[in-house]
Structure formats: structure tokens, C-alpha cells
Design a protein around this ligand. Sequence first.
Ligand code: SF4
Ligand code: SF4
Length: 241
Amino acid sequence: MSGEPQYIGIDESLTFSCGPHKGCFNQCCCDVNQFLYPYDILRLSRALGVSTGEFIETYTYIYIGDTTGLPVVSFKTSSQNNHACPFVTEQGCSVYEDRPASCRIFPLARALARSREDGTLSEYFAVIEDPICEGFQGGAVWTPRQWVKNQGLTAYNERNDKMIELISLKQQVMPGRLEGDDRKDFELACYDLDGFRARVADGTLAFEEGQKKAILEDDDALLHGAMDWLRERLFGTRRAS
Ligand code: SF4
Ligand code: SF4
């Protein structure tokens, strides 16, 4: 998806509707180039009945950010089908109930900023007016606050924001490229959560008994435990400058 963002307040209005009645139906699911976050991968792998490792191997590719050294996960696409999302069908999205946050948020974009004074986080929204998208040509009136709720984004934002905070902290504390074991551990804790769980199960990663049990039995505990472990592993002994 492309287009210039225009900032919009959380309670300002925009007109938008999407669905098979639009001439552009499915166009936004072709030529995709979007990042996947930890909770996106967890939801999609559970919906497809595969492990996070199998999901990453089969449906995604990982590239390494030039300046950050951070691994970034995107859908695997092919020029033979115009770089379409692996889950788009003629009828629409085949994983609609578990589609990633980036699919839910469109036609908005969301950014987070932390106050230098008191450390509180604020969210900002912009409208992405992609020229291929006919969604702006009539429809319901929404505010970003209503759109986030309607699209089931609250659960995604709460969980994926943990990774955004980790990236922000990494840029403050370790501004160079992430390399070697640091990068492997980032990939494990953020993306291959079943791989992380297996290391907790076999004792390679040590947790106290109560947290270990929770990580082994509950996906939310797994996700939060992995993020907290990564924060401690990368930054536990370092201070932001
Ligand atoms: S209206 Fe926009 S978001 Fe909906 S199918 Fe068309 S291009 Fe995609
Ligand atoms: S996951 Fe679904 S909504 Fe998102 S790009 Fe793929 S087909 Fe489209």
C-alpha cells in the first residue's frame, strides 16, 4: 500500500467503507510489503495449525535492517502472482479473523511517541489515501478511535507495542547494528515463540516454576514472557544514554 499520510486526531472523522462491493476489492492484498509483529505471527500460526517456526519458514521471509541490524518479517510473495499476499483468494482474505494488525489498521497508520518529560506513551494516527483504494468514495463515518475498536486492533496494539518499545529502547541503548547472538535472540523471542517455548520446556532458558508453567500453557504468558526475557537479555545491564 502506498500514498501520502495525512495526520488525523483520534476523534476526528473520516468516511470509509470496504468490501466485495468495491471495484478495488482485493487490490490492497496484491503487491503487499508489510511487517509482521509477534502477535500477528502467533495468531496466524494458531489459525493455520502450524508452529511459529513452520509459519515463518513457509509464509514469510526475514530481512535484516541495514542500519539497525534488526530482523524484520514480511509475507513471502512472488513476482509470478504480482506479489500477492499468500492468503488472498477471490472471495477475499482466507485468514480474515486472524489477519495482521497492518491489514486491520488500513486506511490508517498508527505511530507511538514517548514523552521525554514523564515517559508516557501517546498514539498518533494518519490517513493513507492510496490511489488504488475506492474505500474513501462514500461509506460510513469513522473516527480512528472507533476504527481501532471495530477492527479488533486493541488486543493487537497492546501486545505488539511491547516490541515497538523494545526497538525504541534498542535504538537508545544500542544504536548500532544488532549482530550475532543478540540478533538470533531477538528473532527467537519476537517471532519464533514456539521455539522460545521449547527452550523454556527443556530448561535451556531458565524461569521460576510458576512463570515456566504459565509460558508452557498459555500463549499470552508466552508472548509477554518472551518480550520481558529479551528486554532483560539485551538491556538488563545497560542504561539508556
Ligand atoms: S476499499 Fe481499499 S481496503 Fe478495501 S478492498 Fe478496496 S483497496 Fe482494499
Ligand atoms: S492477510 Fe488477508 S487482509 Fe492481509 S494482505 Fe493478506 S489477504 Fe489481505
